[in-house]
Ligand binder design. Structure first.
Ligand SMILES: C[S@@+](CC[C@H](N)C(=O)[O-])C[C@H]1O[C@@H](n2cnc3c(N)ncnc32)[C@H](O)[C@@H]1O
Length: 492
């Protein structure tokens, strides 16, 4: 056990320089939490924060980030957010930090800054959060282990567009993401065993790294320079050990022109991978899937389909979050269908192991979207991620596929109330196909997103009250016979 030392700021610190929770009492104070979200979905994430945490989120100039204040006794609620990729607690924010022109002077200022920052509250939140994560891990039966692929199954592979850089990106985070239910009212005060474990850990020297994320063309230094020099000063100040891969604390240095935010990560692995264990070539981020679903406001008893489900990111996310709707996941590719089934089974097993009822309101089926085995006017909501024609399908094929899809989706979707939220990067082809739908769909709005570096659109459509099959456009057959199921080529 470590002996607390009183410091000049009046706080007690362990030998490893972590603020001490005196007498096991929970200190309640307000902190600012930052979250990275899929770009374009900042407003959706802010809305979720308002709903689940009752806090007003501020959207940063730096696209893809939101900030909100929370009292530390409500800290557990941040892990209920589904639209955030990474979470961090703010140490200090500067709206208009004046970087000196020369690299030497700018770096010297950053080094000095490290010892002047108000670290104590942020480190206390980091400590509370570790305790929370341990409890969540225990409740689910120990460390969440990644499933080994069964014979004949694909090994899980990382989702598209993920980076794993050591000092220049913030794409790092969270350990135990998927927490479907039962955590309301969860506090951060732990058991005595937990406290002992934390104290034991507190006596070991902490390992840390600094991750710098920089944007702006007026800086005389790179993100590597800033991470290295600021990191050196942090090391000196706290006497922590630098470790780029096995770190306890990740200090974040976000520089966006003259806006500087220093934070401490609260998640180790991005939450966007929370529910998927069997990845495919174009697996969608769970956070983006959640944002798309939120755009159509699912209601109790809604029938929601993802007719091109791939690995099932959208229906998996939806059936966990909106348990009173019913989801159908379909794809014409047998490998995609079996990945979806595996992903659903994995979540159900985890729920069962955690003591909850295993069922999710979702079914999986192999089908061709251009000929859905469903009744006309039977679906409330369609949410899907269409082949962009880059990694999946081809641009040429999209000219036939998109009009057929839109027409068949209009047939099954309820006139007057039905909605569709469709993601594609092939905007030209999509707009053309939509304009030829004979007024069956009305575009409500478009959210522009970044998907693995590609500029894509999420198109929110409303099914008009027009009857299907009454205008020349909707009865016109596709230009070519539709492709048979199973004919997709998957690129790895
Ligand atoms: C961009 S991927 C969807 C990725 C998915 N959101 C995920 O998270 O894995 C598009 C999917 O459309 C499927 N697809 C293409 N043409 C189809 C058709 N005519 N009917 C059904 N699915 C089709 C492909 O097999 C592919 O899995």
């Amino acid at each position: 056990m470590s002996t607390p030392n009183e410091s000049s700021d009046g706080n007690l610190y362990t030998e490893a320089n972590i603020p001490v929770n005196v007498g096991g009492k929970l200190s309640v104070f307000t902190v600012t939490i930052g979250a990275t979200v899929p770009t374009g979905f900042e407003h959706t994430a802010a809305e979720e924060v308002g709903e689940k945490i009752e806090a007003d989120a501020r959207i940063s100039k730096d696209r893809g980030r939101i900030y909100f204040q929370i009292s530390t006794d409500k800290l557990h609620l941040v892990h209920h957010l589904k639209s955030v990729d990474n979470l961090f607690v703010i140490v200090k924010e500067f709206d208009n930090y004046q970087f000196k022109d020369s690299k030497e002077e700018a770096m010297s200022d950053l080094q000095q800054l490290a010892s002047q920052l108000p670290w104590a509250n942020a480190l206390e939140v980091w400590r509370m959060n570790n305790s929370l994560k341990k409890r969540r891990g225990r409740r689910r039966g120990g460390n969440a282990t990644k499933p080994k692929p069964a014979k004949g199954e694909d090994a899980p592979v990382p989702a598209m567009g993920e980076g794993d850089a050591v000092v220049t990106t913030t794409e790092k985070v969270q350990q135990d993401p998927d927490a479907p239910q039962g955590e309301e009212g969860e506090g951060v005060r732990g058991s005595s065993q937990e406290e002992e474990e934390l104290e034991d850990e507190a006596s070991k020297p902490l390992k840390f790294r600094v991750t710098c994320n920089r944007a702006g063309d007026k800086h005389s230094f790179t993100s590597n320079d800033a991470a290295r020099d600021f990191g050196g000063a942090v090391q000196e100040f706290f006497q922590w050990k630098a470790d780029m891969t096995k770190f306890d604390v990740e200090v974040l240095l976000n520089i966006h022109n003259s806006e500087v935010v220093i934070g401490i990560a609260l998640t180790e692995e991005s939450l966007h991978r929370r529910n998927i264990t069997h990845f495919g070539p174009t697996t969608l981020r769970s956070t983006l899937a959640y944002g798309m679903l939120r755009l159509c406001k699912p209601q109790v008893s809604d029938v929601i389909i993802d007719p091109m489900c791939g690995t099932g990111a959208i229906p998996v996310e939806g059936s966990i979050e909106w348990q009173h709707s019913f989801f159908i996941a379909g794809d014409n590719n047998d490998m995609a269908v079996s990945r979806t089934v595996n992903n659903i089974n994995h979540i159900q097993k985890k729920k069962q192991d955690g003591g909850s009822a295993p069922g999710l309101p979702v079914d999986t089926v192999q089908w061709d979207l251009c000929h859905l085995p469903m009744r006309t006017n039977s679906v409330d909501i369609i949410v899907t991620d269409m082949p962009f024609g880059k990694r999946m399908g081809s641009r040429k094929k999209n000219w036939d596929l998109y009009p057929s899809c839109l027409r068949e989706m209009a047939r099954v979707c309820r006139p007057g109330t039905g909605k569709a939220v469709l993601l594609t990067q092939d905007k030209k082809c999509f707009s053309k196909a939509l304009s030829r739908m004979g007024g069956l769909w009305r575009k409500v709005h478009t959210v522009w997103v970044n998907v693995g570096g590609l500029h894509a659109g999420v198109f929110v459509l409303k099914r008009t009250a027009s009857d299907y099959g009454t205008t020349p456009e909707d009865v016109r057959p596709p230009r070519e016979a539709p492709e048979a199921p199973n004919n997709n080529k998957e690129e790895q």
